[in-house]
Ligand binder design. Structure first.
Ligand code: MRU
Length: 365
């Protein structure tokens, strides 16, 4: 499977600069209207990039945080500086467990070391975690491709529905839910993706942008159109990503995922969740009760962003001035609605036994 490209150039979503004093990211708040690269040189800039969703998507949030720690170590490498940086980054977003997983791994790696070597080792470990993410996503693509091969053939064109953005932009490369789609497309399978816009932040438009960059046929739909398409038999399979999977297979993912899972089940259609293993939280046994759900600002619901006829990106209010809004950013899909978990090791049943059998070395960890 080919690596992802921007205007034909292979591009990751985050990369360190050669002199190791900054990282660069793709500013996802500017997409799909503008492609803009941002340079982050300080811990505070990294924390802001995660909070404001200049970078987003569970695996990419985790990797970005590791580079944030490396930048922090360049400016102060004692224990207090390390632990304060971990706390600052851990406080940015609560639901995606990849953030906590990555910070815990960095802390385990750096704390026993002499402060003088911490910055150098932090850059190396961050790069290792980024490379591992790429490989995990590549493997998810490989395993998911087998599923899609068996699902294709019933009609001329394989019809996949996804939600939010669990593509290349949500990871370092390839994506999770979209990795099988890219693998299928590259293998010559005629695949078309139904992209739900994913209000309130419209991450579906990021999905549309990256599918267009790769040449994958796709169509954007309003979130509310998903049920009709599923009921009409227009879809072969739903594939989404995840921000945190409980040890029992419950799936926390972007708000609206649960409704798609219900509609898929009601219509007898497969509903797959693709994830790298750092997305599994082995300490959580019950997703709905235990996974913290991020509440974001009401203005993400009361306003929408778009491009005006002059090409300027503007925000407009869509609700009455006096009307309040709530903005839960994720929901939890119970494991029994999930047909299978596409991981870097293969397809696991969404259950405690299924996950434990796929990851016997991690269970309980
Ligand atoms: O709020 P976001 O945009 O960070 O949420 C992203 C999602 O919910 C994705 O579906 C999930 O992180 C999977 S990413 C591979």
């Amino acid at each position: 499977m080919a690596a992802m490209r921007v205007d034909g150039t292979p591009t990751r979503t985050i990369w360190p600069l050669a002199n190791a004093d900054a990282v660069e990211i793709i500013d996802q708040t500017a997409l799909p209207h503008a492609y803009r690269v941002l340079r982050l040189a300080r811990l505070e800039e990294v924390a802001h990039a995660i909070c404001s969703m200049q970078v987003r998507g569970a695996p990419l949030i985790g990797v970005t945080a590791t580079y944030g720690l490396a930048l922090a170590m360049v400016r102060g490498d004692d224990d207090a500086a390390l632990l304060a940086a971990v706390d600052t980054l851990a406080a940015t977003r609560p639901t995606a467990v990849n953030l906590r997983w990555a910070l815990a791994r960095m802390q385990r790696c750096l704390l026993p070391l002499a402060p003088s070597v911490r910055a150098e080792v932090a850059w190396q470990e961050a790069a290792r975690i980024a490379d591992e993410d790429v490989e995990q996503c590549r493997q998810i693509g490989r395993h998911g491709l087998q599923l899609l091969r068996s699902a294709s053939g019933a009609r001329d064109r394989l019809q996949i529905m996804t939600h939010c953005n669990a593509g290349w932009l949500a990871t370092v490369d390839y994506g999770t839910a979209l990795a099988p789609v890219y693998a299928a497309f590259d293998a010559g399978i005629d695949v078309h993706v139904w992209v739900s816009e994913t209000r309130p932040r419209n991450q579906g438009l990021l999905t549309a942008w990256e599918l267009a960059q790769h040449g994958v046929p796709h169509t954007v739909i309003a979130d509310n159109a998903a049920g009709l398409l599923l009921a009409r038999g227009d879809i072969d399979a739903v594939i989404v990503g995840a921000d945190r999977i409980a040890a029992n297979g419950d799936v926390a993912n972007k708000i609206g995922t649960y409704l798609k899972a219900l509609a898929a089940r009601a219509n007898g259609l497969p509903f797959y969740v693709a994830l790298p293993s750092p997305t599994i939280d082995w300490r959580v046994q019950d997703g709905l009760r235990e996974i913290p759900i991020e509440e974001r600002g009401a203005e993400e619901v009361t306003h929408v962003q778009g491009r005006d006829p002059e090409g300027r990106v503007v925000q407009v209010r869509i609700t009455p001035d006096a009307t309040g809004a709530r903005n839960p950013a994720f929901d939890v899909t119970p494991a029994d609605l999930v047909t299978g978990l596409i991981t870097e090791r293969g397809i696991a049943p969404a259950s405690a036994a299924g996950l434990a059998a796929m990851f016997p070395d991690r269970v309980g960890g």
